[in-house]
Structure formats: C-alpha cells, structure tokens
Design a protein around this ligand. Structure first.
Ligand code: ATP
Length: 137
C-alpha cells in the first residue's frame, strides 16, 4: 500500500459579521481546504503556506496552531493511505482570491464559519477540522 503525506491550512479571517473560513472547490466539485504534498526538505507548516499561496494567491498568514491530522484512503492505481497535516491560520487579507484553475481548483471563497459546516465536502474529515477551529476561537 502506498502512503502520501500532505499539509494544508484552515484559514480564517474576521469579516463584517463574524469569522469566515477559506474554502476551495476541488476537481470533484467538493468544497474543502487548500493543501498539497509535502516536498523534500520542507516543514509541514511551510508546505501549508506555499500551497495556500499557490492555490488561492494569498499570503500574510499568521499561524495559530496545529490542528489534528486527518487520514483517508483513496484509489489511484491502487489503494493509497493519505495523511494530511492541517494548520490553523488567520489571514489579514481583503485581496481577491485567485483560484488556481490549472490545478483543478474551480473556485475559492470566504464563507461564514457556521455555514461552512453545512457545505463542506468530505464531512467525515472536514467537519472535525471546522469543529476544532470553532473551539479554538
Ligand atoms: P494534494 O492536494 O495533496 O496534492 P490530490 O489533489 O492529488 O492531493 P486528494 O485531494 O487527496 O488528491 O484527492 C484524492 C481523492 O481523495 C479524491 O478523489 C477524494 O475522493 C478523496 N479526498 C480528498 N480530500 C478528502 C478528505 N478531506 N477526506 C476524505 N477523502 C478525501
């Protein structure tokens, strides 16, 4: 069995009516969080910052804390066990989001944190990340 390790970010910011979270729509059409494979020599938090910048074009992130890793299995030329390390960041950004279409990211948006729970895809893994985020505020 093949194993993969990625790292990503749950990115929040203060909006006019409360906290908002950054969601991207992936190539399956599911709303989820930015992430990507950890490259050689990279610390997981560096991967997370790089992927957020590459996938939606925002920087100016402040690391709040490490969240619990998520684990899932999927099929791509055989079964793959994937562990994704997630970090909670706050963003200080009103810049427009630039979803990276070449990487299959169709859309990106800021969503009220309480609403995100009802629209995230992969709820088995992603809802626990949102719950942990809400409890950290
Ligand atoms: P990366 O962004 O790390 O480079 P990738 O784009 O190659 O990864 P994934 O996003 O891991 O691949 O998607 C592979 C499959 O895993 C998807 O088809 C989807 O079914 C499933 N998947 C993606 N995210 C999750 C998740 N958070 N929880 C459970 N299954 C997921």
């Amino acid at each position: 069995m093949k194993e993969e390790r990625s790292s990503g970010g749950v990115v929040i910011r203060r909006g006019g009516s409360g906290w908002q979270v950054l969601l991207i729509r992936d190539m399956n059409g599911s709303w989820t969080f930015p992430k990507g494979l950890i490259e050689k020599g990279e610390l997981p938090e560096q991967t997370a910052v790089r992927e957020i910048s590459e996938e939606v074009g925002i920087g100016d992130l402040t690391l709040v804390k490490k969240l619990s890793p998520i684990v899932y299995w999927y099929r791509r030329n055989g079964r793959i066990k994937k562990t994704v390390l997630y970090f909670l960041f706050t963003a200080n950004s009103d810049k427009p989001l630039k979803p990276q279409k070449e990487e299959g990211i169709q859309e990106a948006k800021w969503t009220p944190l309480h609403r995100a729970k009802t629209i995230v895809g992969y709820p088995k893994t992603n809802r626990s990340l949102l719950q942990e985020t809400i409890l950290s505020l």
